[in-house]
Design a protein around this ligand. Sequence first.
Ligand code: HEM
Length: 569
Amino acid sequence: MSVLKGALSLLLGYYSPSYILAVIGAGLGAIVVVWTTNLLVRHAWYTHKLSCFSKPPTHSWLLGHLGQMQSTEEGLLQVDELVKTYKHSCSWFFGPFYHLVRIFHPDFVRPLLMAPGRITVKDELVYEHLRPWLGESLLISNGDEWSRKRRLLTPAFHFDILKTYIVTFNASTNTMHEKWQHMILNGTNNFEMFNVVSLMTLDSLLKCAFSCNSNCQESTSEYVSAIVELSDLLLERRFRMFHHWDWIYWKTEQGKRFKKALSIVHGYTRDVVQRRRALIRQQRPGQFSMAANKRKDFVDIILSAKDEDGHGLSDEEILAEANTFMFAGHDTTASAICWTLYNLAQHSHYQERCREEVMELMKGRDGQEIEWEDLTSLPFTTMCIKESLRLHSPVQAVTRKYTQDMALPGNRTVPKGAICLVSIYGTHHNPHVWSNPQVFDPMRFDSANNEAKSSSAFIPFSAGPRNCIGQKFALAELKVVVALTLLRFRLRTGVNPEGGPMVSDVFPNWCCELKAVCGCRSNHSIQKENNAIDCKHVLSTHGDADPVLGCFQILLCKILQIACVAMYS
Ligand code: HEM
């Protein structure tokens, strides 16, 4: 500061203030001119390079499609129109700043998603806001750092580990169903299903990640509330233009709330990791099995992971991965569960067929526990889950950049550095790929059907080296929750108590009429006509109860997509 003052007084001794101001003004002007020229040259370069892609009409040559992409339901309907017109891809630009290629056909998706991890980069525009929460985690990192982490984390999602989580999925679902049951018995027949299911998936993840019984489904947990708050705030930030700049965001009320929730979440995870690390230090070398009677959780496994050189992850890295596990796993799975239940409520014949499949599986068993081996014995239910993931994919798009030019069919090239937006929603709704794409038809996934055969046509978990590491975890949980729900409850779309449309095409606020189904098949029959049930048992483990009609509202608009926004889908 004193140097600056000294220089200023020296200058003032030689030159008049107006002369100095003029020089500063000229300097600033020159910077603006250089910056603008650079921007316009870059804009012209990308416009030229991307001319091999069709371009939907723009507002102007400079502003392009700015303001045309919407983050709402209309935005998704717009994608439906886009895929009808452009078949596989098109180029977009937001002013002279961002140029992107939107991809929605398997032939174009494949080369991009299957490209080696070392040339694939997650672009900052979409993923940067996750960094304060997730740090340099698997989801965000790139290049060698990403491939080292992927190698170290893959064992945590091995079948042998996932098998042990099935008990947890059953237990968390039972807790949720007990809640539904109590609500029905207490005459509360309207509730928002997404929040309830979301708490259930958080409950499961906390048990699988940290062996933590948070009881978050029954009582409020500071940690879980903070995660929900962070998810909501992230979504909100995407839609407020000025909040994209950190130096503005951290000064806003939302930014302060974000920081507060962040300190709760990080404090909790750090505490778990440090305590577990201390426990390992206390044990003799080679003794790392935690306690023989304790099931290994996610933190145990990543604490013991070592690369070829014998190096493991640091505490900060483990913290980042544990936070990512919670972030990436809860809303996505909750959304997939809710959509599946919604689609089955809409199509009672499919619902009944799934229920019969589950009941057949459970025939003659004492309890109502779905086991690991059962997951392959629910073929039709699995087809319904997959069809839900196609029609309503929880993550609607992923974005990528590449460190080299990428060749696409028809002699097209995506220049290095351009943003590629792979629209999962667009690919799943593309009429050139799927016949009657808006129709819920589980038979598409019948093994005799060729429609879903192209692996890049069905990509709810993305594909290639950077696909979802948690997909088998998610599918296992989905099957357990859907199977147990159908075993115990009958779902039917009901009447919206607030009036207005029952359901919209993309993000439904739907009301579900809920009836209990008797689980103890051996003693009771279930009358199928008119959804009436003549059995007094509801959950065989929870005593007698009158099956009461229930109605609850589901709000799915709040789905937080992993690191991608509907805005770009
Ligand atoms: C139905 C549920 C789920 C869906 C639809 C889903 C979807 C996806 C998608 C589309 C990606 C790619 C994101 C991108 O490229 O930007 C992804 C990545 C990822 N997912 Fe999932 N996911 C689900 C559940 C889970 C669960 C349960 C976990 C963890 C327990 C998880 C952990 C991850 C991680 C760590 C990545 C980053 C992988 C990498 O970059 O190497 N996901 N997920």
